[in-house]
Design a binder for this molecule. Structure first.
Ligand SMILES: [Zn+2]
Ligand SMILES: [Zn+2]
Length: 338
C-alpha cells in the first residue's frame, strides 16, 4: 500500500507493507485531515518516534477487518479516535484517555498514522458515523472538533455565556460553532479580514481583526466595549504567545476562565494578584476523550457543526497540502481523500 512518510524535514509518499490486524482493526482510509501539528513535525518541534514515520492523526474510513466481539463490523463507516490509552490507569478508568499516564500511544504521533491506504487501530477506538456525516468532516472532527468539545466541557461553557475565540484557524472554526451550539455568544479574534468573515459566517456575534496578530495590548478594552464593560466568561486561547495569553486574562469577567489550548515557545508571565483580585481561573485542555469525538459527530449530524474544507488532495499530493498550510493559504482544512 501507499503511505506518506516523514523523513528529516520532508514527507515522501512510498510503498510500505500493509499492516496486519493482530488483535486490532484495519480501516481503509477515505479521508485524513492535514493539521498544523504536521508542520511541527516537519520543523522538528515534535520529534518523530522513528525515521521514517507515518504521519496523520485525523482519520476516517471503512472497517476492513475487526476482531470477533467488536462493536463495529466490516463495512462500517467510522472515525478513528487516535489516542490509545492503557485502559487501566485512574485517568483511563474515568474515560480521560488523552491524559493516560501509561499510554500505548497516539496514531500519527507515536503509532503509524492515517496518511496511508490502510490504518491499524484498536476496534474500541472506532466511532460509527451516521450517513449524513462525510468522511472528510469526520476526519477533521477527530482532531480539532473533538478537542474543542473537550475544552468547552472543561470550561463549562453554557447558555448566555460570552466566549472569545482567539484564533480563527481549523480549531477556531470549530470553537465558534460549538460555543454557539452551547447557547453562548462568540466573539472571534482573527488576524485578517477574510478569517474574520469566516468567523461571522460560522456564527460569531462579533469579529475583531488584529491584522497580522498585532495590537493585543488594546484587545481587553475592545472586549469590554462589546460586553458592557463586564469582560467575557471564557477566553479560548488558540494562539499561545505571551501577548495573547495576557490579553486573554485581562479580557475576562470576574471568575472568568482563560482556556489554554494553543501554545508556542513563549511563556505566560503574570503577577498572581491580577488573577486573585478577580478570581479568574486558568483551565488547560489537551486533545479529547472518545466521548468528545462522539459528541462532535452528533453535532455534525444535527447540522450544528460544519467543517470548512479548503482543498481535497490525493495522497500523492500531500506535499502541496503541507506547503499551502505552511504559507497560511488555507481557509479551513486541507484533507487527503481516497
Ligand atoms: Zn490535528
Ligand atoms: Zn491509562
Amino acid at each position: 500500500m501507499k503511505a506518506a512518510l516523514l523523513y528529516d524535514g520532508e514527507v515522501r509518499v512510498e510503498d510500505v507493507p500493509t499492516p496486519i490486524a493482530d488483535g486490532w482493526a484495519l480501516v481503509r482510509a477515505h479521508a485524513a485531515g492535514v493539521c498544523g501539528t504536521e508542520l511541527h513535525f516537519l520543523e522538528g518541534m515534535i520529534p518523530p518516534p522513528t525515521t521514517p514515520f507515518q504521519l496523520g492523526h485525523e482519520i476516517a474510513g471503512v472497517v476492513l477487518e475487526a476482531p470477533p466481539g467488536s462493536a463495529v463490523a466490516i463495512g462500517d463507516r467510522v472515525a478513528v479516535y487516535n489516542f490509545v490509552g492503557c485502559g487501566s490507569c485512574p485517568a483511563c478508568r474515568r474515560g480521560w484517555d488523552s491524559i493516560c499516564t501509561e499510554p500505548v500511544g497516539q496514531l500519527g504521533f507515536s503509532l503509524p498514522g492515517g496518511f496511508a491506504d490502510i490504518v491499524r487501530a484498536p476496534a474500541s477506538n472506532l466511532v460509527r458515523l451516521p450517513d449524513s456525516v462525510s468522511f472528510e468532516t469526520a476526519a477533521v472532527l477527530a482532531c480539532s472538533g473533538m478537542s474543542v468539545v473537550h475544552a468547552s466541557r472543561l470550561a463549562g461553557i453554557g447558555v448566555g455565556d460570552t466566549v472569545v475565540v482567539d484564533g480563527v484557524g481549523g480549531v477556531g472554526a470549530m470553537a465558534i460553532q460549538i460555543a454557539v451550539a452551547a447557547g453562548a455568544r462568540a466573539i472571534a479574534v482573527a488576524d485578517s479580514g477574510p478569517r474574520a468573515e469566516l468567523a461571522l459566517e460560522l456564527g460569531a456575534h462579533d469579529a475583531i481583526v488584529l491584522e497580522g496578530g498585532q495590537g493585543y495590548e488594546g484587545l481587553p478594552d475592545q472586549i469590554r466595549e462589546l460586553t458592557g464593560g463586564i469582560g467575557v466568561d471564557h477566553y479560548l486561547e488558540l494562539v499561545g504567545t505571551s501577548g495573547t495569553m495576557l490579553a486573554g486574562i485581562r479580557s475576562l469577567a470576574r471568575r472568568g476562565k482563560l482556556v489554554l489550548i494553543g501554545y508556542t515557545g513563549e511563556h505566560l508571565d503574570v503577577h498572581p494578584i491580577e488573577l486573585i483580585l478577580s478570581e479568574v481561573q486558568i483551565v488547560s485542555s489537551v486533545a479529547a476523550a472518545r466521548r468528545d469525538l462522539e459528541t462532535a459527530i452528533q453535532l455534525a449530524a444535527d447540522g450544528r457543526l460544519r467543517v470548512p474544507v479548503d482543498t481535497r488532495y490525493p495522497l500523492a499530493e500531500i506535499g502541496t497540502a503541507l506547503e499551502r498550510l505552511r504559507a497560511r493559504q488555507v481557509r479551513g482544512r486541507n484533507v487527503v481523500v481516497w
